[in-house]
Design a protein around this ligand. Structure first.
Ligand code: NAD
Length: 298
């Protein structure tokens, strides 16, 4: 069995996959090389970098299984895979804690202006008065999308003494001391708002000018879900008018982003889509890949 690993995977995971088949581990392949390598592969393992479009999948005559180490399947042509009888699996739970911890980091960064204080110190300034922040304690966090990541964020926010409101289209069962709210109530009652919905037609621009107008003045918005859930143009306007306090963002409408008006705004705290990028998250995702491959061929 040929297992083609197309994106960077933890070495421990590569070793485990070698026990299951003949591993070819090549990252950064151009489409022609990818077509050649995938032609006789039985399993393809990808993260987000490799794009498995129809024209690539059509060359994959032996391919039975694509495993995405991670969540989003936007880099795989799911319709083509289905038509060609190729099963597609992902590892949705492996990186939830990593993303949740980044979200708390971003919230604290905004509350205490840590990135701004850091930049000021690096310029050899001592701007003690400029960086009076706010506490998370006693503030309300609105979690939009109360799935795996949303609930992990809520748990941690409760640890900081925050009140947590959540909104979801599904009836989510939870034992956490949190309160369900409708969308508008969440927007108007929250000091911090964090997004954890997938990007689907119903969530495209969920946060637009109208939604922002319902938020508290000075609210902090965090997006570590997907670019496109937030309308960047509307956020920039709201930052400029002072309506929005901070925008903490890990994901962009276009990646890598070229929206430098957004990135350069002094009250935008940007990271380059690193939510799932932790040693533990990637190892967990990789080990889940191994389990999926094992079970699939058992
Ligand atoms: P999940 O499926 O467990 O939870 C998503 C929740 O959103 C579900 O409960 C669903 O009912 C809800 N939802 C769907 N449509 C909605 C709507 N219109 N309004 C309100 N709620 C809605 O997913 P998850 O594992 O928690 O991941 C959430 C998102 O985080 C993923 O879809 C992915 O886009 C993103 N993500 C980002 C990173 C990163 O690196 N920043 C890493 C992993 C995942």
């Amino acid at each position: 069995m040929k297992i083609l690993i197309c994106d960077k995977i933890a070495p421990e995971v590569v070793e485990e996959l070698k026990k299951l088949g003949d591993v070819v581990y090549k990252t950064g392949m151009d489409p022609e090389e990818l077509k050649r390598e995938i032609a006789d592969a039985h399993v393809a393992v990808v993260r987000s970098a490799t794009k498995l479009r129809r024209e690539i999948l059509q060359e994959a005559k032996n391919l039975k299984l694509i495993v995405r180490a991670g969540v989003g399947l936007d880099n795989i042509d799911l319709e083509a895979a289905r038509e060609l009888g190729i099963e597609v699996r992902n590892t949705p739970a492996a990186t939830s804690i990593s993303v949740a911890e980044l979200v708390l980091g971003l919230m604290l960064s905004a509350a205490r202006m840590i990135p701004m204080a850091y930049a000021s110190m690096k310029e050899h300034k001592w701007e003690k008065k400029k960086f009076q922040g706010t506490e998370l304690y006693g503030k309300t966090l609105g979690v939009i999308g109360f799935g795996r990541i949303g609930r992990e964020v809520a748990k941690r926010a409760l640890g900081f003494g925050m009140k947590v409101l959540w909104f979801d289209v599904m009836d989510v069962k939870t034992d956490l001391p949190v309160e369900r709210a409708d969308f508008d109530t969440l927007l108007s009652s929250s000091d911090f708002i964090t997004l954890h919905v997938p990007l689907i037609p119903q969530t495209k621009y969920l946060i637009n000018s109208e939604a922002i107008s319902k938020m508290k003045d000075g609210a902090v918005l965090v997006n570590a879900a997907r670019g496109g859930v937030v309308e960047e143009r509307a956020v920039l306007e709201a930052l400029e008018s002072g309506k929005l306090g901070f925008y903490c963002v890990d994901v962009y409408e276009k990646e890598p982003t070229d929206n430098f008006a957004l990135v350069d705004h002094p009250r935008v705290i940007p990271t380059p889509h690193i939510g799932a990028s932790t040693r533990e998250g990637q190892l967990r995702a990789g080990m889940e890949v191994v389990k999926i491959v094992k079970e699939f061929f058992a």
